[in-house]
Design a protein around this ligand. Structure first.
Ligand SMILES: Nc1ncnc2c1ncn2[C@@H]1O[C@H](COP(=O)(O)OP(=O)(O)OP(=O)(O)O)[C@@H](O)[C@H]1O
Ligand SMILES: [Mg+2]
Length: 305
């Protein structure tokens, strides 16, 4: 297999070979990120393949994936490093037992307990300390606060971490960094400036059909096509939460298990909660799409094209 970092086409093929069907823009940005060593900020609605892109990039480039899952209140101790207090305490107790008391003894113990072996490396540090380059996924960065973002900026621009007790720790290799966001808050300009940007959206019918067929290959093509067309139609309604690719895949797998060979209004009514997950959305969809399936409008759509 050619090196995915060789060209945009090689990147697209590399991603496809590991089960990720990338749009042109996705392949392009991934290629540039690998070439330029710049982080990528991936934004888009839920379930369109943001997290999966990082996983696929790791598989395609044969790199280890290190993931930092962000959440409200995430701090440096959980993202960067913290001291292993328990181990430090044991060391101090052992020192006291061995008669390491007094100023001299204590300074020896102090030097000891702030050495690398007492450090608990968290994902950002692991990514930088790894001798082999890794893929670093900083997932759902929008869940953290701006303070955390500022700290991250430092790491991402200098690829080094300064530890007061130990000094500066330089990166041993440069990770390929992907940050994902669901847009729950606007990220700072400073962060955006340092990143390449990729907007992932719901794919067009043909690509989504390919993705669904990749994940549920046993489902008949006519059913898969109708499924994707129905999903696209549902997305066109004004819903609280439109169905994502993840839900299309789940629906395909469910239809397969139920042995459905068509999506008529009865199959749709029974299974639509797989793609629509809000009480009010269910009402809208049942009324608007159910009727169309009875009219055979989508039935005809499903067998054409
Ligand atoms: N281009 C693609 N090729 C193959 N599979 C895909 C593609 N896009 C999405 N998928 C599949 O869709 C599902 C959802 O993707 P993923 O979890 O990456 O979404 P997400 O954008 O990270 O969602 P969220 O914002 O909820 O975290 C996964 O099972 C993934 O395999
Ligand atoms: Mg995700």
């Amino acid at each position: 297999m050619p090196d995915p970092a060789e060209s945009v086409e090689a990147m697209r093929d590399g991603l496809e070979a590991v089960g990720y069907l990338a749009a042109e823009s996705t392949a392009l940005v991934s290629f540039l990120a690998a070439k330029l060593g710049k982080p990528v900020l991936v934004e888009g609605p839920a379930g369109v393949g943001k997290t999966e892109l990082a996983k696929a990039l790791a598989r395609a480039t044969s790199r280890k994936l290190i993931r930092l899952q962000c959440y409200e209140g995430l701090d440096e101790a959980k993202a960067l490093y913290e001291w292993n207090y328990r181990k430090q305490l044991l060391r101090i107790q052992a020192g006291a037992g061995a008669g390491e008391t007094g100023d001299e003894g204590w300074s020896g113990v102090h030097d000891d307990i702030f050495a690398q072996e007492f450090l608990l490396e968290r994902p950002l540090m692991q990514a930088i300390a790894s001798p082999e380059p890794v893929v670093l996924l900083i997932d759902e960065i929008d869940k953290t606060d701006q303070e955390f973002e500022a700290m991250l900026l430092e790491v991402l621009s200098d690829f080094q971490i300064s530890i007061p007790e130990l000094g500066v720790m330089e990166a041993r290799s440069r990770p390929l960094v992907l940050l994902t966001s669901n847009n729950s808050r606007e990220l700072t300009e400073a962060l955006k400036r340092r990143c390449l940007y990729l907007w992932l959206d719901y794919p067009e019918v043909e690509r989504e059909l390919e993705i669904v067929r990749l994940h549920a290959p046993e489902l008949a093509e006519t059913v898969a096509r109708k499924l994707v067309e129905v999903v696209h139609m549902v997305r066109g309604l004004d819903l609280k939460k439109p169905p994502s690719i993840a839900e299309s895949i789940d629906w395909a797998r469910a239809l397969l298990m139920l042995g459905a060979d068509d999506i008529d209004s009865s199959v749709f009514q029974r299974t639509m909660s797989i793609i629509v997950k809000h009480r009010t959305d269910l009402d809208v969809v049942a009324e608007r799409v159910g009727v169309k399936l009875d009219d055979g409008v989508l039935g005809r759509l499903g067998t054409t094209g």
